[in-house]
Design a protein around this ligand. Structure first.
Ligand code: PXL
Length: 283
């Protein structure tokens, strides 16, 4: 059985980071080990959230893992709370990267052109360095713009997105996935660039004009789960786009959903179907 480790926070209420990654990756038949970086009462879109920093636990947890000779088929990082945590995660990569596993970094920093509360320019600079140690990164356009130190644009075309992807790959990343890409009013999805093959790939779903928290975490977790099922990155993106869309559609159609997150739980059975369908397809 494949085992991944995911390094990000626990937001006790909020349907993001570990409370999304654990159920999704487990449902996809992959052991999901965790290294929690912080415990928050809620995610940071709530007011008055508590924040217990677990940074000082990271080195001893890592040391214990090493002494147990644990191996991970993927190391997947999401929301990190401080510059110091990024440094420790970089050390974790050095300890646990092998020739057979992959490092996936979702450089969670912001959305809609803005950094989330608490993030600084220094954090962005360190996150850029962390990304250059990844095999795959999964930013949205806001995060990509901060990583490249360019202005965030709402209005763009395919030439612009391809250029952003190529410039991100120049940071030393083989496969770069941009989320939340939309070239027309009706569709939204993802575009990927594989620098080793000089190849782009995109896939889209119907666009729902609403904003939801945690969708980036659902997308990235699904992508990691699909990759660990030995799907290509292209096929993994198909599953991630379709599942994220289904989760959002279900939330919009549900009378009693919460404002703070997406009802991804209701469509986990569909996720398993999508995964098995992609596995069965030969192309
Ligand atoms: O969904 C990303 C995320 C993860 N963890 C925390 C967050 C956010 C986004 O705001 O606040 C604590």
């Amino acid at each position: 059985m494949k085992r991944i480790i995911t390094i990000q926070d626990i937001s006790c209420v909020g349907k993001c980071s570990l409370t999304v990654a654990l159920p999704i990756i487990s449902a996809m038949g992959v052991e999901a080990a965790v290294l929690p970086t912080a415990v928050l009462s809620t995610h940071t879109a709530f007011k008055n959230f508590t924040f217990r920093d677990l940074t000082s636990d990271i080195p001893s947890v890592s040391k214990h893992f090493k002494s147990e000779k644990f191996k991970f088929d993927a190391i997947y990082t999401g929301y990190l709370g401080s510059v110091e945590q990024i440094n420790l995660v970089a050390e974790f990569f050095d300890e646990f990267k092998t020739n057979d596993n992959i490092i996936v970094v979702d450089p969670v920093m912001g959305d809609n052109g803005k950094l989330y509360s608490g993030f600084t320019k220094d954090f962005v600079n360190k996150m850029r360095r962390l990304c250059s140690n990844a095999d795959i990164i999964i930013p949205n356009l806001t995060e990509a713009s901060f990583l490249l130190d360019i202005e965030y644009k709402n209005d763009y075309n395919e030439v612009f997105i391809k250029d952003v992807l190529k410039r991100l790959s120049d940071l030393g990343i083989q496969r770069t996935v941009l989320t939340g890409v939309s070239f027309n009013q009706n569709e939204i999805g993802t575009m990927m660039y594989d620098s080793s093959k000089n190849e782009y790939y995109s896939c889209f779903s119907e666009k729902i004009n609403d904003y939801f928290h945690g969708t980036g975490d659902i997308f990235a977790s699904t992508c990691v789960g699909a990759l660990m099922n030995d799907l290509s990155l292209q096929k993994s993106l198909n599953v991630a786009v379709d599942y994220t869309y289904e989760a959002i559609k279900t939330t919009v159609n549900s009378k009693n959903s919460n404002w703070y997150g997406v009802d991804f739980e209701r469509v986990i059975p569909d996720l398993i179907k999508m995964l098995n369908e992609e596995k069965a397809l030969v192309y």
